[in-house]
Design a protein around this ligand. Structure first.
Ligand code: 3HC
Length: 290
């Protein structure tokens, strides 16, 4: 597959990541995008959220109103996976970080997408090898990993699996450039790939410093923002990513590598057990109650 052969893209899953990935592909790449979710409500929420975010850009004079309308119209929504995936040249799966859910989706894609369509997983915790046996012709399977919020963050990691064909890797690297993003090539599968491996281990250090009484959460965030120039401190960032997602990334890291440094601790597990999941639930490390 050559990048010029990619004209239609299907994004599977319309959560925080899938919704914005679909919109970025349509906005910056000019691609026709089919966005799939089982849930009509979720699709409607994704469309409304994207319209609001792009609308703000129009208000600020950063985006032309006609371009905004056209980019929104290029994303169509579907509750039938066969219909959404049938004519796609590239499918990006971004469903829940649950192994069985992703394997099931991959099996369905193997059935409904064209046999030469590239299948890219946005998973942050599962390398594409986890799904290789679910896909006919696994040479077209790899990870293409976006960051949150996908309409803003520049980086996309393209991860070569042992099964992935070179032309598929090359096409995805170029595709990422065409959607206005900066790709990095991860040559071998490793837990957390590059950015998350660095980020989440650093977050663990911050969590431990606070748990062990060396610093308050607020001052740890101030230290990292002012001393390291991160745009957000680790606690603010965990609230943005979601404490459940953060815990899942750490738990999977512990499980997959066997290394203690990944093991989530009370400061996180206590909050997730209480349903304090970050911005999306109104409370996490910080309070977002209006
Ligand atoms: N969704 C979409 N766009 C958003 C957004 C969101 N949740 N939050 C902010 N934005 C947009 C704003 O609309 C604005 O866009 P514009 O400049 O085009 O008008 C732009 O981002 C800047 O927003 P603000 O001025 O309101 O706020 P900031 O300048 O503080 O930026 C931020 C917000 C972009 C979230 C910035 O704080 C940041 O970069 N934070 C770090 C994010 C990060 O590290 N992400 C990686 C997380 S790890 C991950 O994703 C891996 C995964 O596997 C878990």
């Amino acid at each position: 597959m050559n990048v010029d052969e990619i004209t239609r893209v299907c994004v599977v899953g319309a959560g925080t990541m899938g919704a914005q990935i679909a919109q970025q592909v349509a906005l910056a790449g000019g691609y026709e995008v089919r966005l799939y979710s089982r849930s009509r409500e979720r699709l409607d929420a994704a469309v409304a959220s994207n319209a609001k975010l792009l609308g703000k850009r129009v208000e600020k004079g950063k985006l032309d109103a006609a371009e905004c309308e056209a980019a929104l119209a290029r994303v169509t929504t579907h509750t039938d996976l066969a219909e959404a995936a049938a004519d796609a040249d590239l499918v990006i799966e971004s469903v829940a970080e649950d192994r069985e859910t992703k394997r099931h989706i991959c099996q369905q894609l193997s059935e409904h997408a064209r046999p030469d369509a590239i299948i890219a997983s946005n998973s942050s915790t599962m390398a594409s090898s986890f799904f290789a046996d679910c896909i006919s012709n696994d040479e077209r399977l790899l990870n293409v990993h976006f960051f949150n919020p996908a309409l803003v963050m520049q980086l996309v990691e393209v991860v070569r699996g042992p099964h992935t064909a070179d032309d598929v890797v090359d096409a995805c690297m170029e595709f990422v450039r065409r959607i206005g993003r900066t790709p990095v090539l991860v040559e071998k599968e490793t837990y957390g790939f590059i950015a998350n491996r660095i980020l989440f281990i650093a977050m663990q250090e911050a969590f431990r410093l606070v748990e062990d009484g060396y610093v308050s959460m607020e001052d740890a965030d101030l230290a990292v923002k002012n001393g390291l120039n991160w745009p957000m401190g680790p606690f603010e960032l965990a609230d943005l990513v979601g404490l459940d997602v953060t815990q899942d990334i750490l738990s999977q890291g512990h499980l997959q590598t066997g290394e203690e440094r990944w093991k989530p601790t009370e400061i996180l597990t206590g909050r997730t057990a209480r349903g304090e999941l970050g911005r999306k639930s109104g409370k996490g490390f910080y309070d977002y109650a209006r």
